[in-house]
Design a protein around this ligand. Structure first.
Ligand code: GAP
Length: 509
């Protein structure tokens, strides 16, 4: 049976702040909506997720559908490119969200994420808008409807429709999510999500440039360079991890939708005739990967995009699959974690047209020149970090910490901790020796302060999988007690075996 993800986001957000995972950006100035900083533990966690992806997709990618190794090479392209790039890619014209403002509360919403609740059959009555996948906002709309009808209104008594589907007259009868009266929402207007800047000293239209809204375009721009320098043959992939920027209308749900975030993208170039086979392959590979780094299968699912959701580049008939995760704020529903899109030859074709440079590929085996088709697994590194944090957060009222972070050992920011039971009687010296040995290979913490229970509690919140304690017996039998984070079981390990013991548990999983 599918488990609903029921953790309270405010508890997770508070742990992340308290333990140095994530802080609001510019906090001392009151923050800046849609921007976040990663603290020491958050940086380690995000880097571990990034490195796991790079290792598994680029350095040691899975075998292809025919069982033969595939080839993926890496790239690190500029955040700012020639502005013509974004005309060719379709972002200048088509990367818009419909935006609605509330004239009263001054709030701003994405029109396609606004839904309205009205009493069934009540054609003339007011409707109450709420934000999609936001249980609190929906409950508030129901409450307002109940107040108007002077009784409690239940879910099954209401009709729900999209704000975008309402006529102008119906929109005038709509009460916004943060409004008390009807008719304060404006008509939807298109809003381009790209951040603008100016290159050089003069702020003129000629010098206008954009911060990239996706890392993908840098890959298409370097297709020829990679083919010419790397001796790669189609099919092959180019991978890139980096920052992307979107001036989101409504950044929300913590780091889920922010204005500055990181992506991990692969553009897989192949012949059109093989593109569906590769599309299926990448859908499978990417879903399995998220499970391999610790997301439980109940919380992950694949969903095909409806025709009306497809991006401008998605190929007809093939479309896009999202890998979705059951975030606490979407539960029992799911939210996008990664998109696997069949982009056809849209991008290479458009860049050929706009740059007038050839981007086709000559396949010697087929004796054919063609524009490769592209399958694109595009994952959010920031959003992935959020999914990993949500998955790891495990309340446990019986522990001193009341909660522990059950990170997959590959992702855990701190791999092990070393404690002297007491800070005397020769124990610190043995513990320091062990710590010095382990820290040459992993991020390990030494902690000699406070009671052992408090030290375990700190490591439980940080998600450290193994704590090694040096006690008075250690001096005689040359072994340490290791405590397992999840089961809290303890066992003895010989001091000269600790490194091998740890390596087996955190590296080959
Ligand atoms: N190159 C294709 C592309 O960018 P996308 O579905 O717009 O596709 C891919 O973005 C992934 O990037 C998403 O699945 C999500 O994980 C992440 N992402 C997109 N917008 C985001 C935002 N505002 N904040 C955090 N992550 C975001």
């Amino acid at each position: 049976m599918t488990q609903t993800n029921t953790i309270a986001m405010e508890d997770l957000v508070s742990l992340c702040k308290r333990r140095g995972f994530i802080f609001p950006a510019s906090e001392v100035y009151g923050g800046l909506n849609g921007f976040w900083d990663y603290g020491p533990l958050g940086t380690l966690l995000k880097n571990n997720l990034r490195d796991a992806w790079w290792r598994d997709m680029v350095l040691s990618p899975p075998d292809g559908p025919d069982g033969r190794p595939i080839s993926v090479v890496g790239l690190d392209s500029s955040i700012i490119q020639n502005p013509r790039v974004w005309e060719a890619s379709g972002h200048v014209e088509g990367f818009n969200d419909p935006m609605v403002d509330c004239k009263k509360s001054k709030s701003r919403y994405r029109a396609d994420q606004l839904f309205c609740i009205g009493l069934k059959g009540d054609k003339e009555g007011r409707v109450y808008a709420f934000l999609e996948a936001d249980a609190e906002s929906r409950a508030s709309a129901l409450k307002k409807l109940g107040k108007e009808k002077k009784r409690t209104v239940e879910d099954e008594e209401v009709d729900v429709c999209s704000f975008m589907d309402l006529s102008e007259a119906e929109r005038n009868l709509t009460v916004g999510p943060d409004a008390k009266e009807a008719g304060t929402l404006t008509e939807p207007r298109d809003f381009n999500l790209m951040f603008e800047t100016f290159v050089g000293a003069i702020r003129s239209d000629d010098n206008r440039a954009f911060l990239r809204p996706e890392t993908a375009q840098g890959i298409f721009l370097n297709f020829n360079n990679v083919v010419d320098t790397m001796r790669v043959k189609v099919p092959f992939g180019i991978a890139q991890i980096g920052k992307a920027f979107r001036n989101e209308v409504t950044p929300r749900n913590y780091i889920f939708r922010s204005r500055e975030f990181e992506q991990m993208e692969i553009e897989w170039f192949c012949h059109e005739a093989e593109s569906e086979k590769w599309f299926d392959f990448w859908c499978q590979v990417r879903r399995n990967w998220w499970e391999s780094i610790g997301l439980t299968s109940d919380n992950v699912k694949m969903r095909r995009h409806d025709a009306n959701e497809l991006a401008h580049y998605a190929k007809d008939g093939c479309g896009t699959f999202d890998v979705e995760y059951q975030f606490p704020f979407t539960a029992p529903g799911f939210g996008e974690l990664e998109g696997v899109a069949h982009r056809g030859n849209y991008d290479l074709r458009r860049h050929e047209e706009f740059s007038r440079k050839k981007l086709s590929y000559f396949d010697q085996e087929r004796n054919e020149r063609f524009l490769p088709h592209v399958i694109e697994p595009s994952a959010g590194l920031s959003r992935g970090t959020l999914a990993v944090l949500c998955e790891a957060f495990t309340p446990d009222p019986d522990r001193a910490s009341k909660v522990y972070m059950k990170f997959h050992p590959r992702l855990a920011p701190i791999k092990a901790a070393v404690f002297p039971l007491v800070n005397k009687d020769g124990m610190p010296e043995v513990a320091e020796r062990l710590f010095d040995e382990l820290r040459t290979r992993w991020n390990v913490q030494y902690d000699a302060k406070q009671s052992i229970g408090k030290r375990y509690a700190r490591m439980d919140e940080a998600g450290c999988p193994y704590c090694f304690t040096i006690d008075s017996d250690s001096l005689n039998d040359q072994s340490a007690t290791v405590r397992h984070r999840d089961s809290q079981d303890q066992e003895r390990v010989a001091l000269d075996q600790v490194s091998t013991w740890l390596s087996e548990r955190i590296e080959s999983v």
